[in-house]
Design a protein around this ligand. Structure first.
Ligand code: ZN
Length: 279
């Protein structure tokens, strides 16, 4: 029987407390990998869920390649998070999704050429990524999505960026099973699993990538649609988080793969304590 509140890390949702109008406190957390992208907003949602939100790109909107994903993930682990939700914008490369939708997707196709890991080049450590969303969490998310009338399930392509896809690339992504596309949620999604936390992905669809020749993806289009759908997406996110309940799952066992010399000095996962306490 699980009794403690569910602690949910949200990467990409640094402004959520403001959008929801909920009280929050700002936490400073340092990690052996450096500082996370931003201070972390702690937001209580009822008695069952605590949210710890990081602004993925920081206040200065760092480019994807400059994000310290390991510090972001490790900071959330140190705050006692049970699961981490990657929140992002995305393009729809499948006709199944369209602009304005909030989608809870459940798999990832990583087409980037670089990566980060908690493991070193000589560590024989390989953490399973199948399934990306563990069954107990998938059951919860599926139920919550149905209640909110949001689509559940889908495959997110992550491309290197910062440029957008060519038409040929978009066709290839769709041909191999990609349905959504973004540039930001990997490698953080994999690092979350390496650190023994559950992972889930939620995105706001801002465009149809190259699928709509009359309205190809562009930065102005993305920001225009972000403005248009931001409030509704924030409400959907709040609905998703409010619907989650504490649960047991096997993801914690992924930590067994971390070499002892990497875990020494990091300390165990622990529940949140006072502000700024990151010892
Ligand atoms: Zn899990």
């Amino acid at each position: 029987m699980v009794e403690k509140p569910l602690s949910v890390g949200v990467i990409g949702g640094g402004a959520l407390a403001t959008q929801w109008g909920l009280p929050s406190e700002l936490l400073d957390v340092e990690t052996p990998h450096g500082e996370p992208s931003s201070r972390i907003s702690k937001i209580a949602i009822g008695e069952q869920v605590s949210v710890f939100a990081i602004l993925r790109h920081g206040e200065q909107h760092a480019r994807g390649a400059e994000i310290n994903h390991r510090a972001n993930v490790e900071a959330l682990r140190r705050l006692g998070c049970d699961l981490v939700i990657s929140v992002s914008l995305a393009g729809a490369i499948s006709g199944r999704f369209d602009t304005g939708m909030t989608v809870i997707y459940d798999d990832v196709l990583d087409f980037r050429r670089s990566t980060q890991s908690f493991f070193g080049p000589r560590d024989a450590c390989h953490v399973s990524m199948s399934p990306m969303v563990c069954p107990p969490l998938a059951a919860q998310l599926s139920r919550v999505a149905a209640g909110l009338e949001l689509p559940y399930g889908g495959t997110m392509v992550v491309m290197e960026g910062p440029r957008f896809s060519t038409r040929a690339e978009s066709k290839m992504y769709a041909a191999v099973g990609g349905e959504l596309i973004c540039q930001t949620i990997a490698p953080e999604c994999f690092l979350v699993r390496e650190r023994g936390m559950c992972w889930a992905g939620v995105c706001l669809v801002t465009d149809r990538d190259t699928r709509d020749p009359a309205h190809p993806v562009s930065t102005p289009l993305i920001f225009a649609n972000l403005d248009r759908f931001r409030a509704r997406n924030a409400r959907n996110l709040l609905g998703i988080l409010s619907g989650l309940r504490p649960y047991d799952c096997p993801c914690r066992s992924a930590e067994h793969a971390v070499p002892k010399d990497l875990t020494e000095g990091l300390g165990p996962r622990r529940p949140p304590s006072r502000e700024g306490d990151d010892s």
